[in-house]
Ligand binder design. Structure first.
Ligand code: ZN
Length: 161
C-alpha cells in the first residue's frame, strides 16, 4: 500500500533513524516503501519519508533494485556536482556534491550482510537516502542565507497544500 510522503518541515525528517534489529516484521514496510516510491515516481525512498524512523532505504536505478538496511558507507571516491530533488521537498532542486563512487555495507531485508559498489546516479541516490537516515536534507547543503530562503519557501508551499 502506498503511504503518504512526509513533507518538510515534518519533524521525522530531522530525526536520526534507529538501527533495525528485528527482521521478521519489515517485509510489509519494504513493500509499502516500493509502492510509495513508484506512486511518487521517485528513484529512492528512505523509511523516515513515510514516517518510520528505521534505517532502511529502497532505490531503483537503471532497473536495478536495491534494498538496504542499516547501511554504512565504507569508502568514497571522487566528487561530482549534480542537481537533486527530494520527494519530501517538492519543487526544490539544488546542486549537491556527492562522491561519484562508493562502497556501502549493510544488510538485506532478511538480515544477511551485503556489500554494494555504486557509481554515478546510483551512488548519488544511496548517499541521498543515507542522509535521510541521519535527518539530513538537500537544503542543508545550501549556503546559510539561501537555506533560510528555501525553508521559508517550503513552509509557504506546505501551507498551501
Ligand atoms: Zn529525499
Amino acid at each position: 500500500m502506498a503511504r503518504e510522503i512526509k513533507i518538510f518541515p515534518d519533524y521525522i525528517l530531522r530525526e536520526k533513524a534507529a538501527e533495525v534489529e528485528e527482521f521478521n516484521d519489515i517485509g510489509d514496510l519494504i513493500e509499502d516503501m516500493w509502492e510509495t516510491m513508484y506512486t511518487c515516481k521517485g528513484i529512492g525512498l528512505a523509511a523516515p519519508q513515510i514516517g518510520i524512523g528505521k534505517r532502511i532505504f529502497v532505490a531503483e536505478v537503471d532497473q536495478k533494485k536495491l534494498i538496504m538496511v542499516n547501511p554504512v558507507i565504507v569508502h568514497k571516491e571522487d566528487e561530482e556536482l549534480m542537481e537533486e530533488g527530494c520527494l519530501s521537498l517538492p519543487e526544490i532542486y539544488l546542486p549537491i556534491p556527492r562522491a561519484s563512487f562508493i562502497e556501502v555495507e549493510g544488510l538485506n531485508e532478511k538480515g544477511e550482510r551485503i556489500r554494494v559498489e555504486a557509481e554515478g546516479l546510483l551512488s548519488r541516490v544511496i548517499q541521498h537516502e543515507i542522509d535521510h537516515l541521519e535527518g539530513v536534507l538537500i537544503i542543508d547543503y545550501a549556503r546559510p542565507a539561501k537555506r533560510v530562503k528555501l525553508e521559508k519557501l517550503l513552509k509557504e508551499l506546505n501551507r498551501r497544500r
